[in-house]
Design a protein around this ligand. Structure first.
Ligand code: 5GP
Length: 144
């Protein structure tokens, strides 16, 4: 399988979220990043953090956005620990289709799970009301 780096497609689903064209259950947003609930979570409370930069993967991510994504990830992880009352959070990020990447806008997964339990990509959309409630709780925990 060829795994050449794709060129950035500004119609990808995460670009549309940044532009406000499609909805998401937002957990946190600032000038450089957006964090929201994963629609097909691999565990309860699965959050994605994305930069507001057009980057397919890590190789294209500018240093200031890399830093901003990690700072947002730290906020989200602290909120996940508080809301979900668990210490263990997996930080995962896939580069290239060969690695399993399916959305070609750089994103960091924060998954309240264990590497020993983490399965394949989720295949079923989560309950929207549950995602909305978790997003509200995580947002409040970040703002505390
Ligand atoms: P990747 O495989 O590229 O690392 O992860 C892509 C992630 O994006 C998957 O966990 C998938 O569930 C999530 N995802 C795909 N489409 C949407 C969407 O429309 N909304 C949200 N919130 N998550 C999505």
């Amino acid at each position: 399988m060829s795994d050449a780096i794709k060129s950035y497609d500004d119609h990808n689903i995460f670009a549309k979220m940044i532009q406000g064209d499609i909805p998401c259950h937002k957990v946190y947003e600032d000038d450089m990043t957006l964090a929201f609930m994963d629609i097909m979570p691999q565990a309860q409370g699965h959050v994605l953090v994305i930069p507001k930069q057009q980057a397919v993967d890590l190789s294209q991510l500018e240093p200031e956005y890399a830093s901003a994504v990690l700072m947002t990830a730290k906020k989200v992880m602290a909120a996940q620990r508080k809301v979900l009352e668990r210490e263990g959070i997996i930080q995962m990020q896939l580069n290239g289709a060969q690695a399993g990447q399916t959305v070609f806008h750089y994103h960091v997964h924060l998954i309240p799970s264990s590497i020993h339990e983490l399965g394949r990509h989720g295949s079923q959309p989560a309950d929207q009301a549950e995602l909305a409630e978790l997003a509200t709780q995580l947002k409040a925990a970040i703002e505390q």
